[in-house]
Design a protein around this ligand. Structure first.
Ligand code: ATP
Ligand code: MG
Ligand code: MG
Length: 386
């Protein structure tokens, strides 16, 4: 588009879908990750960097080749990014300081509280021992959630502490990790909003969606969320206010809990495209991936570009997870391929139980119709209809 090259830290499915969006606009992308990672598979170049996004040397090598750096994952070496910015003048979005703060979930919470954003109540775990957790248990009651401050994804840094008899087990499970504790949140629903911020600081929210998790992993997303307009608008405003607190530009995924009294609390924010935003590829005017590319390159972001494509668009996104029997998950994809208005996205990964292998977007003019198509696609799997 204007000759700029974007370097992407991380070559998983999110990187792969950023590549697709960038290439449609003639924007070149260079990936830093292991050889043959999903984003590299669809982007045959000699210049990719084989290495880790948490390795300073590899990050510097990527920075030398690019005009702009961005991330598909927040668990990167943020200090190295800052250094690359100082040394090579490369633009980096989200800002390294934002990544650094968000990647520590407790610092992220403190930041949001400072900006008047409602979040789940949390306490820092000063020392990883039973005494400290007993005090927290007395304050929060049971169950409470013990979380790793860093390197968390798909609930792998979380432990539900059911009673004081579980404390040692919880410490063993999250051994040697920096921890904090969260009050148990009796949510009635989980909501999410993708928000993209332009370089001028203007924020645009995608529709409010409902996310359903299974074993801590996103399973299905309903777009729009099956809530009344007041809740949907409140979620949208909360998400926009949260994202306004981060300087710089790019897309952010905002995860929220809806309580029975209508209150909304932010669970966490991802400074990148997000699983809950995959439906935008088929259901919105501009996908979350293209919106991110436009933001970081400084391309136009016109009014309403985050809206549903039509006034009666409804969508369901189903994650395709690796089955216990290798490749059995492809049966779901095969049924999706024979379903009208369903689109299959596969990520080019080797199958492994519970691994995110792909996703399916179903779009229709009614949610009931989307649900019927989902039921067909799931076959004998349990249909999650709340
Ligand atoms: P992600 O893959 O979204 O980054 P993560 O590993 O960072 O996940 P969280 O988002 O903190 O994990 O939690 C995963 C899920 O666990 C949430 O979506 C929610 O279903 C549940 N959960 C998290 N915190 C709480 C809480 N305080 N009370 C009740 N349930 C919670
Ligand atoms: Mg997370
Ligand atoms: Mg989460």
């Amino acid at each position: 588009m204007d000759g700029k090259t974007i370097g992407i830290l991380g070559g998983g499915q999110l990187g792969r879908m950023i590549v697709e969006a960038a290439h449609r606009l003639n924007i070149k992308t260079i990936i830093l990750d292991a050889p043959n990672s999903p984003a590299k598979q669809i982007n045959a170049l000699d210049e990719h960097v084989d290495g880790s996004f948490s390795d300073a040397k590899s990050i510097m090598e990527l920075a030398r080749k690019c005009d702009i750096l961005t991330v598909e994952i927040e668990h990167v070496d943020a200090n190295a990014l800052q250094e690359a910015k100082n040394k090579y003048g490369v633009e980096i979005y989200p800002l390294p300081e934002t990544i650094k703060m968000i990647q520590d979930k407790y610092l992220q919470k403190e930041h949001l509280i400072e900006h008047g954003i409602e979040v789940t109540e949390s306490i820092d775990v000063k020392e990883n021992n039973v005494e400290t957790l007993t005090e927290i248990g007395n304050k929060f009651q049971y169950p409470f959630m013990l979380k790793s401050r860093t390197l968390a994804y798909d609930g792998r840094g979380n432990y539900v502490v059911k009673s004081k008899d579980n404390l040692s087990e919880a410490l063993e499970f999250l051994k040697d990790r920096p921890l904090y504790a969260e009050k148990w949140c009796k949510f009635t629903m989980e909501l999410a909003v993708m928000v993209v911020r332009s370089i001028e600081g203007e924020v645009f929210a995608y529709p409010t969606v409902e996310t359903v998790h299974k074993n801590n992993i996103c399973h299905v997303v309903y777009a729009p969320a099956r809530v009344n307009d007041t809740v949907a608008v409140k979620a949208s405003i909360l998400a926009k206010n949260a994202v306004k607190s981060f300087p710089g530009c790019g897309i952010f995924g905002v995860e929220m809990f809806l309580l029975s009294n209508g209150e909304l609390l932010i669970n966490e924010i991802a400074p990148r495209p997000h699983n809950s935003g995959h439906y935008t590829i088929d259901a919105c005017v501009t996908s979350q991936f293209e919106a991110h590319v436009r933001a970081v390159v400084g391309l136009p972001m016109p009014k309403d570009f985050t809206k549903f494509s039509t006034t009666n668009t409804n969508a369901i996104m189903l994650n395709v997870l690796g089955d216990d029997t290798a490749n059995k998950e492809l049966e779901i994809c095969r049924r999706a391929l024979e379903t009208p208005n369903a689109s299959v996205y596969l990520y080019g990964k080797g199958t492994r139980p519970q691994r995110k292998m792909g996703h399916i977007n179903i779009v229709s003019s009614s949610m009931t119709d989307c649900e019927n198509r989902l039921a067909h696609i799931l076959g004998d799997e349990e249909v999650v209809v709340k």
